[in-house]
Design a protein around this ligand. Structure first.
Ligand code: BES
Ligand code: MN
Ligand code: ZN
Length: 503
C-alpha cells in the first residue's frame, strides 16, 4: 500500500483535489465535521445526513457519487460517534470502516480528511498510526497455501492523509513508523498461520538468516551439538520425541551506542505442541501450530526494528523445536538438568514452554542485558484468567521491575495492544516443589499462569526481566481463525520509547 501526506491551501483544496474518493467525517446528531462542511458547498452532504442515510454512529458509512462542487469522483462519509473531540476508540472504528470500504472500492486512490488532529488525548502521529494499521490489517490475506488464490479485489492502492501544514512532518514520520510496524506484524501473522509441516524450527532459522542479510543483523544459529555443549538439558528434553532438529536463533541489532546494554527479547518457538507423552486432546490440536507465536513476535519485531533502523541495541533469542510423542520422547517423571544447573522433574511433558525458555533465559545472561522480555504462548490458564483481550504481564515486585512493568503497560495502552499485570509472589513458588529434583515443571492446581511465570523467574535473577504470556492474544479461534500479530505493537512502542530516552 502506498501512503502519502497531503496539505491543502486556498488554491488546492479538498473540494478540487482530483481523486477517486474523498473521505470526510460525520458526527452523531447529524453534524458534519469541519472537512465535510468545507467541501459541502452544494449542501448535498448535509441533505444526505439529514435524510438519515447515515447516523454518524462510529464506523457507519455512506458512499456518495458525483457530489456537486466536489472534483473527486466519490465522497465517503464515515461516522465519528457522538463525542467531541472524537474519542480514539470511535476514530479507530471509523478508520476500520474506511479501510473495509477501501479494500473493495473501484477507485484507485483515496484522500482521507478525518480530524487527525482532533482526537481526544491523541497526537497526529497516533491517529495516523491507527489509520495506517487499520488499512494494512484490512488488506492482510494469508492465501499462500491455497492452490487458487482468491482474486484480489481492486481496492484503493494509494491513500493520502489530509493534514494541516504544521502536522505534515509528524504525519510523515508516523506513516513510516506505522508501515514498519505493519510489515513486522504481517511477518508475525504469516509465520503463525503457516502450517507446522512447513513452519519448522529449520524454517524459522532460515527466515532469521534471510532477515539478517536484508537488514544487516548479526545472526547465530546453534544446532543440537552446540546446545549439548552448552548443557541445555532442559530445552533438549523437549526435542527428544521429534525428528525435526531444534534450533537456537540469536539475532543482533546494535543500533545504539556500542557500550549500551541491550534489550533482549526471548521467544518461545514450539512449532507444534502435541503435548508430547502427556498428549493433548485431539479437538482443536491444530491450533498448537501457533505455539511458536512468541518466536514469530521476536522476528516480527526485528522486521520492524530493521526497517526503522532503531537507535537501540536489541538482541532477539528464539528457542525453537517441536513437542512430539515417540519412543524416544521425554517421559513424565524424567529429571533433566537445565543450563543453570538446576534440576527439573518433568511431571507433565505438555508444560514444555518453560523447559525451553529456562535455558534460553540462562543463555542470555552473557549479554548483560538492560532488560529481558520473554514472549510465550505459555499457558491455557492465562486465557482462563484474561481471555483474549489482555496479554499477561509478569515480573518480580521491586522498584526496577515495577518501572519495567509500567513501561510495558503504557506501551500496550497507547497502541491498544494491551497487557494486564499479574502477581508472582513467593507464596506461588511453593507450588513448584518436587520430592526428587530442585523443582517440578508444573505447579499444584490453581494459578497456572502464575506458577509458570514463577518457574521462569528462578532463571532470571541476574537481570531485570518481564514475561508476556500471549496464549490468549497471539491468535483468534473460530471462523476468523488466524494469528493477530500481537504483541508486536506493544513491544515496538516499548523499544521506540527506550530509543528516544537514550538520545
Ligand atoms: N502451548 C501450551 C499453552 C496453551 C494452551 C496456549 C492453550 C494456548 C492455548 C502450553 O505448552 C501448555 O500446554 N501448557 C499447559 C500447562 C499445563 C500442563 C501445566 C496448559 O496450559 O494446559
Ligand atoms: Mn504444551
Ligand atoms: Zn506449548
Amino acid at each position: 500500500m502506498d501512503f502519502s501526506i497531503k496539505t491543502f491551501d486556498a488554491k488546492s483544496t479538498l473540494a478540487n483535489v482530483k481523486s477517486g474518493c474523498v473521505v470526510v467525517g460525520v458526527l452523531e446528531g447529524k453534524q458534519l465535521s469541519a472537512a465535510a462542511k468545507a467541501i459541502d458547498t452544494s449542501g448535498e452532504i448535509a441533505a444526505a445526513v439529514k435524510s438519515g442515510d447515515i447516523t454518524g454512529k462510529a464506523g457507519s458509512t455512506l458512499l456518495l457519487r458525483r457530489v456537486a462542487g466536489v472534483t473527486a469522483e466519490r465522497v465517503l462519509l464515515v461516522g465519528l460517534g457522538k463525542e467531541t473531540p472524537v474519542s480514539l476508540k470511535d476514530f479507530g472504528a471509523a478508520m476500520r470502516a474506511v479501510a473495509h470500504t477501501f479494500a473493495k472500492l473501484g477507485a484507485s486512490d483515496g484522500v482521507i480528511a478525518l480530524p487527525f488532529d482532533g482526537v481526544k488525548d491523541s497526537t497526529v502521529s497516533q491517529t495516523i498510526n491507527c489509520a495506517v494499521l487499520s488499512v494494512q490489517t484490512e488488506a492482510y490475506r494469508f492465501d499462500e497455501m491455497k492452490s487458487k488464490k482468491e482474486p484480489v479485489a481492486q481496492g484503493v492502492g494509494k491513500i493520502s492523509f489530509a493534514v494541516a501544514a504544521g502536522d505534515a512532518a509528524a504525519a510523515k514520520t508516523s506513516v513510516a513508523d506505522s508501515l514498519a510496524l505493519a510489515h513486522g506484524m504481517a511477518l508475525t501473522k504469516d509465520l503463525g498461520n503457516l502450517p507446522p509441516n512447513i513452519c519448522t524450527p529449520t524454517y524459522l532459522a532460515t527466515t532469521a538468516r534471510a532477515m539478517a542479510k536484508d537488514f544487516k543483523f548479526g545472526v547465530e544459529i546453534l544446532d543440537r551439538k552446540q546446545l549439548e555443549a552448552l548443557k541445555m538439558g532442559s530445552f533438549l528434553s523437549v526435542t527428544n520425541g521429534s525428528v525435526e532438529p531444534p534450533k537456537f536463533i540469536v539475532l543482533k541489532h546494535m543500533g545504539g551506542k556500542a557500550k549500551d546494554a541491550p534489550v533482549v527479547l526471548v521467544g518461545k518457538g514450539i512449532t507444534f505442541d502435541s503435548g508430547g507423552i502427556s498428549l493433548k486432546p485431539g479437538s482443536g490440536m491444530d491450533e498448537m501450530k501457533y505455539d511458536m507465536c512468541g518466536a514469530a513476535t521476536v522476528l516480527g519485531a526485528f522486521r520492524a526494528i530493521g526497517e526503522l533502523k532503531l537507535k537501540l541495541n536489541v538482541i532477539g533469542v528464539i528457542a525453537t523445536c517441536e513437542n512430539m510423542p515417540s519412543g524416544s520422547a521425554t517421559r513424565p517423571g524424567d529429571i533433566v538438568t537445565s543450563m543453570s544447573g538446576q534440576t527439573i522433574e518433568v511431571l507433565n511433558t505438555d508444560a514444555e514452554g518453560r523447559l525451553v525458555l529456562c535455558d534460553a533465559l540462562t543463555y542470555v545472561e552473557r549479554f548483560k542485558p538492560a532488560a529481558v522480555v520473554d514472549i510465550a504462548t505459555l499457558t491455557g490458564a492465562c486465557v482462563v484468567a484474561l481471555g483474549n483481550h489482555n496479554t499477561g504481564l509478569f515480573t518480580r515486585h521491586d522498584a526496577a521491575h515495577d518501572t519495567l512493568a509500567d513501561e510495558l503497560l503504557a506501551a500496550g495502552k497507547i497502541t491498544g495492544d494491551t497487557a494486564w499485570r499479574m502477581p508472582i509472589e513467593e507464596a506461588y513458588n511453593d507450588q513448584l516443589k518436587s520430592n526428587f529434583a530442585d523443582m517440578a515443571n508444573i505447579g499444584t492446581p490453581g494459578g497456572g499462569s502464575i506458577t509458570a511465570a514463577a518457574f521462569l523467574e528462578r532463571f532470571t535473577r541476574q537481570y531485570t526481566w518481564a514475561h508476556l504470556d500471549i496464549a490468549g492474544t497471539a491468535w483468534k479461534s473460530g471462523s476468523a481463525k488466524g494469528a493477530t500479530g500481537r504483541p508486536v505493537p506493544l513491544l515496538m512502542r516499548f523499544l521506540q520509547t527506550r530509543a528516544q530516552a537514550v538520545k
